[in-house]
Design a protein around this ligand. Structure first.
Ligand code: ASP
Length: 331
């Protein structure tokens, strides 16, 4: 029987009503106690890493999760991380960069309703996460939710209330779990004998979503506080004014200060291609900025944090950012 470590971090799955809204209170042991059938799939030990609403999680917590997995990597065959759904896609992407080429599965799950309620998705999601973690051939970082198995670099929360909260964006689900049976759609991810672990993230990454008619004041004002900015632009990608407007000048100042700029689209599906329109083409030709293509926002943010945690050299930043990790970018 496989030996799986469950790392609990909080979220709705662990929540109780406080009189002032839901807050995580149920412990990792108690969570597991709600689904005794997991005992038939694998041998489980649990660890309470934190017990927080995922709105309160960030890069320092992602590093703690990755360190805990690294510290226990050799003793277990796989890992299940229980987590709030609100920022689970960010954590899944961050762990995909912090732990690469893992021959063992690292599976995130959570729920829209607390595990202590009768009509909850929590018990099924938890069971499915363990089923996937204990299955032969499961590798890398993934998210299991509502019967879908989604790559950690491709997940996004798209619904705030329904049980089918997560989608796999611009990449197929790697498998589904139906009636307790795992059906794999795609072959296993590449893995090494032991994974590459990383221990640093640059958290001074800013996201700026453009709206029509917007000026560049915010971009200029925030330049000193951040090492990188993701400009979430329109359509396949472009900047108001193209290569010669005030946005282009602001971009030039950021780049001259040694900062990184990534262009991403705010359209949910199908990604960017800045070469299509003049407003994008000119910018891309004139400046050394990066383009997210079909990366998710969550993957772009956390990949940038990981890349800048390793290097600031523009050439190396570019090479690392464009090097695919778990199918996060397809050009
Ligand atoms: N606010 C909760 C959290 O992200 C939502 C959930 O888990 O579904 O922790």
């Amino acid at each position: 029987m496989k030996h799986i470590l469950m790392l609990a971090t909080g979220g709705t799955i662990a929540s109780r009503e406080t009189g002032q809204g839901l807050a995580p209170a149920i412990t990792s042991r108690e969570i597991l106690g709600y689904v005794p059938a997991i005992g038939e799939l694998c041998r489980v030990e649990t660890m309470q890493l934190m017990n927080l609403d995922s709105s309160n999680l960030g890069p320092s917590h992602w590093l703690r999760m990755a360190r805990a997995i690294e510290a226990h990597y050799d003793r277990y065959d796989g890992f299940v991380v229980t987590h709030g759904t609100d920022t689970m896609a960010y954590t899944a992407a961050a762990l995909s960069y912090l732990i690469q080429f893992s021959p063992k599965p690292i599976v995130l799950t959570g729920s829209q309703k607390s595990i202590c309620l009768e009509n909850t998705d929590a018990r099924m999601n938890l069971y499915n996460a363990f089923l996937y973690a204990a299955a032969e051939g499961s590798r890398g970082v993934s998210l299991v939710f509502d019967g879908k198995v989604i790559l950690g670099t491709r997940a996004r929360k798209e619904r705030t209330k329904s049980f089918n909260a997560f989608s796999s964006v611009d990449y197929p689900e790697i498998g589904v779990i139906r009636d307790g049976r795992l059906i794999r759609y795609l072959p296993a991810l590449d893995a090494k004998e032991s994974p590459d672990f990383y221990h640093t993230l640059e958290d001074r990454v800013l996201l700026l979503t453009l709206i029509p008619g917007m000026g560049t004041e915010a971009l200029a004002a925030l330049e000193d506080s951040y090492q990188a900015v993701i400009l979430q632009s329109f359509g396949v990608g472009g900047l108001p004014g193209g290569g010669s407007g005030p946005f282009a000048q602001a971009v030039e100042r950021w780049l001259q200060a040694g900062k990184t700029i990534v262009m991403l689209t705010q359209v949910p599906y199908e990604g960017s291609d800045m070469a299509v329109y003049q407003v994008g083409y000119q910018v891309k030709e004139k400046y050394r900025l990066l383009e997210g293509y079909n990366m998710t926002l969550e993957a772009a943010v956390t990949k940038l944090m990981w890349v800048l945690g390793r290097t600031r050299d523009p050439e190396q930043v570019e090479a690392l950012f464009y090097r695919p990790v778990q199918w996060d970018i397809i050009r």
